[in-house]
Design a protein around this ligand. Structure first.
Ligand SMILES: C[S@@+](CC[C@H](N)C(=O)[O-])C[C@H]1O[C@@H](n2cnc3c(N)ncnc32)[C@H](O)[C@@H]1O
Length: 241
């Protein structure tokens, strides 16, 4: 089945892995182009909020579904603690490792792993983050439970994900861009038909800000809070173990 026609039942791990493998080389370029570079600001905001909630700068963190490592690198620059990035798509990690090699940053491990079955001990990190990867999980509750499991008590989880713009007129304009323009440019410039149509499909099937908040609370996170970014195009959810 072509990825573009998969709507809610779209979260099949091997298709997601193959899709990101196919666009890995052009992923960063298209990400920044199609978001007008706003994605960089969202990742910086995520790091800032993790630091604020933990109340210190020397925390350990695992960045799940790290892809080419943009959030991992921002975290690496922000904390003196251990930073690990994990993703199940090898070609994305290859690009991430190349980027890391060009930065004058302390060690940062990028490793291949499925976020639903993490090779990490219970309570082994003070923070866990995920940017634009959570939506692709086959099972959201399983993903949340894994995040909770690997966090220490009082550890912080941060989920940055595309969401639902709130204001009606803006929502319609954005919907037009997101469903009509972005997939065409994305397909053309990536040279791969499908992934950039999958994006609006998968965002449309994703829980609203309030629903995700409730799901986080239901698995056991406390003090769950979210921030709408750029009118709700994206949202950052934070929860504490
Ligand atoms: C849109 S990219 C986001 C990459 C990066 N976090 C960023 O902010 O640019 C989504 C990533 O999630 C990864 N991913 C999706 N499901 C995953 C899973 N179950 N385990 C590990 N990685 C996963 C994909 O391989 C892909 O690299």
């Amino acid at each position: 089945m072509p990825i573009s026609s998969r709507a809610n039942s779209a979260r099949n791990a091997s298709q997601v892995r193959a899709m990101f493998g196919a666009i890995a080389r052009r992923y960063d370029f298209l990400n920044h182009l199609l978001s007008f570079n706003i994605d960089k600001r969202w990742r910086r905001f995520t790091v800032k909020k993790i630091v604020e909630r933990l109340g210190r700068r020397d925390f350990s963190v695992v960045d799940l579904a790290c892809g080419t490592g943009d959030l991992t690198l921002a975290l690496r620059a922000a904390t003196a603690g251990r930073v690990v990035g994990m993703d199940f798509c090898h070609p994305m990690l290859v690009v991430g490792k190349q980027k890391l090699a060009h930065k004058q940053l302390p060690t940062c491990l990028l490793s291949e792993a499925d976020a639903l079955r993490l090779p990490l001990r219970d309570g082994s990190f003070e923070a866990v983050s995920i940017a634009f990867g959570f939506r692709n999980f086959e099972d959201y509750d399983a993903g949340l439970r894994e995040m909770l499991r690997i966090l220490r008590k009082d550890g912080v989880a941060a989920i940055l994900e595309f969401s639902r713009p709130q204001a009606p007129v803006f929502r319609q304009l954005y919907h037009f861009y997101f469903t009509r323009i972005l997939p065409r440019i994305g397909d053309r410039l990536s040279g791969v038909p499908g992934p950039y149509a999958y994006l609006p499909d998968s965002v449309g099937a994703f829980p609203s800000q309030e629903e995700l908040k409730r799901q986080m609370e239901a698995v056991g996170f406390r003090d769950v809070q979210y921030y709408n970014l750029n009118g709700g195009i994206a949202a950052l959810h934070l929860g504490t173990k």
